[in-house]
Each structure stands twice: as C-alpha cells, then as structure tokens.
Design a protein around this ligand. Structure first.
Ligand SMILES: *Cc1c(COP(=O)(O)O)cnc(C)c1O
Length: 377
C-alpha cells in the first residue's frame, strides 16, 4: 500500500476484541504468564509493550526495515545506536551534525574510546579519505542541521559497503514521507520523532529502524538493557501525530518553497539555504533520492545586528528551538542548538552569528510572509 494509506491506518485493527480505531494504551508494566515456560509474548514493559509494539511496527514498515525501536527521545535513540560500538572503534560523521549528537559523541563516547572524524559527507572523496582501519560506520544527516547540506546517500552506501561498514542516517528533517534511506541501502535510520513524526510540539520521542535481523537483534538487546524506552502514552501521541504526516509534510514543503523564494529576493538577506531552490548545490542529488524538500530553511542575514532585531519583531513566527510542528519558529543555531560546538569549529563550518534556521509551519503562507516582511522592515 502507499505511504499515505499506511500512515492513515496506523494503529487501526489492532484491537480485534473491541474494533477500536485507535490503539489501546497499555499502561501495565507486567503481564501474567499462562504457566511455567509460557508467555503471551509480553513479560515486562521495558522489554516489550503492546502499544509501543504497534508504533515500532509502523515505523519499520514506513521505512522499509525489519524492526523498529521507540526511545524516550531522539538523543536516547542516538545513544542506543552508538552503544553498538566498542572502544577503539571510529566513525565518520557529517561535519554539520545536530549539536546534541556532536555533544554526545565528543563529551561522552570519546571517553569510552569511540572516536569520530567530521567531514562534509556531501563530498564522497572526503568520506572515502576519512575511513581508516578501525572505522565501523558512516553517520549522516541529509539535509544537515542547520546548513542544509545534501549527502548522496547511494554514493555513501556504496563506499561503506566496499569497506564493510554501516551507514547510519538521521532522517529527522525529511521523515519517511519524503526520504527512505534503507531503500537506498543504508543499514540504520533514525528520527527525533519529537519533530515531524510527532508533529505537534507535544511529545519527545526517538525512533530507530534496522534493515537486517542481525542489527535488529543487537539494537533490541541494547534498548532493553539500557531501558530508555518510550512510555505507552507517548507512543500513542506519536502515532496520533503520524496519521497526518503526509498532509503535513506536503504543506510544510509548499510553504517552505514560497518563503525560501521570498527570502532569496529580500535585500536584507545574504543567502538562503533551501535544497528546493534550483541553485542549491544539493538540489539535484536530493531530487534523485527523495520525493520532497521539506519544511526547513536556513538563511544568512546581511549583518549580525539584524538577528536580535528579527527575533524580537517576529509576531506570528516564534523564536524557539525545535522544528517540525504546526507552528512556525525561528532558531538561532549559534546560541541555541549548536552552542556546545566550539566557536571556531562553528564558524569554520558556517554556523555563524548571522545564520537563522526557520522551521516553516502549517499556517497560511500569506500570514507567514506578512510577518517576515514586517520583521525584516
Ligand atoms: C532534535 C533532533 C535530534 C535530537 O532529538 P530529541 O528528540 O530532541 O532528543 C537529533 N537529530 C536531529 C536532526 C534533530 O533535529
């Protein structure tokens, strides 16, 4: 079935006893065993919970993997994945990585002997050059956050397979509605479901999908051992959000295109980073590996002093840090999401004092245009 159909039907027909359209929220932490050596399939909720199971099956189906895993946050999902590695292992990562992922790699996993090299994964020869004897995975965001750089997923997968290492993709920005990395050969895909999948700025969650049974077994062992699972109530909220993912992504994408074009022609704007624009360096690659460009835009204003002025004057659009919800918001990455990245590193990659990131919401584009226009004036 098509993705729109799968999304609309999430959780339906999961409770034959009542015919409920919406999955029941199973709060029970424990389950009675019929007799010694037998189980209903559910023993204890950290290991397996019926509500969580429905969400995990749904995301696995949407991404085209064998098994899904729901975590308490996107970062818990990242940690769940990174604990696959051992002291001495090395990873090649996108240099413009979500700030929290960079922080957990550098301030936590490095202590445990797992190191990372950060390269522009959009440059396949840089990826190839960064791989060494002990490299175990390439860890990608595409588009990257906040610079909207595009990585050729098929190209990276080919290099990774030549070296017999994993390709891991943070698919938060596009969601499975626009991009399905496992179908392009990646091994693990994950989401901060707090963003587009949940989609309503009301639930914190992370989702992971593995392509092979072997990886799924290892991830399941770690998820159960670490215990940072998503609670049943939050699983239900994520599923409720996901039912409308297709419609929301279409509107986010349409609105972002209109606003990107407006910003591109505005005299106070230096540059707009939106892969949907024909002059974006990753435009063609993204057109070949995804079916849309998404709702995220980053842009440089001409002078640093414009930043506090814009953030103060926007009225409909909020100054806040997150993305993927109905309400439009602007983030100042250098001071918010990427504040833990040293200033010289930040500036070197382009996360400067004039960069703003815009999560274009579901409002009418005319109202968003009017708000931006008055704030910029
Ligand atoms: C928000 C985000 C994360 C972290 O997810 P949380 O749900 O906030 O823990 C990871 N990657 C990307 C791209 C994100 O936007």
């Amino acid at each position: 079935m098509n993705l729109e159909t799968k999304l609309a039907q999430i959780g339906n027909r999961k409770d034959p006893a009542t015919g409920a359209f919406n999955p029941p929220i199973h709060h029970s932490t424990t389950y009675r065993h019929p007799r010694l050596g037998e189980s209903t399939g559910f023993d204890y909720t950290r290991t397996k919970n019926p509500t969580r199971q429905i969400l995990e099956d749904a995301i696995a189906d949407l991404e085209g993997g064998v098994r899904g895993f729901a975590y308490a946050s996107g970062m818990a999902a990242v940690v769940g994945i990174l604990t696959l590695f051992q002291p001495g292992d090395h990873l090649v990562l996108s240099d413009d990585l979500y700030g929290g992922t960079y922080r957990v790699m550098e301030q936590m996993f490095r202590q445990y002997g797992i190191s990372g090299t950060y390269v522009d994964t959009g440059d396949l020869s840089a990826v190839r050059d960064a791989i060494s004897e002990n490299t175990k995975a390439v860890f990608i965001e595409t588009p990257t956050n906040p610079l909207m750089k595009i990585t050729d997923l098929r190209g990276v997968v080919k290099i990774a397979q030549e070296h017999d290492i994993l390709t891991i993709v943070d698919n938060t920005f596009l969601s499975p509605y626009f991009q399905r990395p496992l179908e392009l050969g990646a091994d693990i895909v994950f989401h901060s479901a707090t963003k587009y999948l949940g989609g309503h700025n009301d639930v914190l969650a992370g989702l992971v999908v593995a392509k092979s049974e072997d990886l799924a077994e290892r991830l399941f062992f770690l998820q159960n051992s670490i215990g940072a699972v998503l609670g049943p109530q939050d699983c239900w909220l994520v599923m409720r959000g996901m039912k409308t993912l297709a419609l929301r992504m279409q509107r986010h994408d349409a609105n972002a295109r209109i606003l990107a074009e407006f910003l591109q022609n505005h005299p106070k704007i230096e540059k707009v980073l939106y892969p949907g624009l024909a002059d974006h360096p990753g435009h063609l690659v993204q057109a070949q590996q995804s079916t849309g460009f998404g709702g995220m835009i980053s842009f440089y204003v001409k002078k640093p002093e414009f930043v506090p002025q814009i953030l103060e004057r926007i009225q409909l659009i909020a100054f806040a840090e997150s993305l993927g919800g109905p309400e439009s918001m602007i983030t100042f990455p250098a001071r918010q999401t990427h504040a833990d990245i040293p200033e010289d590193v930040r500036n070197a990659i382009g996360v400067t004092d004039t960069l703003l990131r815009f999560s274009v919401g579901l409002e009418h584009s005319e109202d968003l245009l009017a708000d931006l226009e008055q704030a910029l004036r």
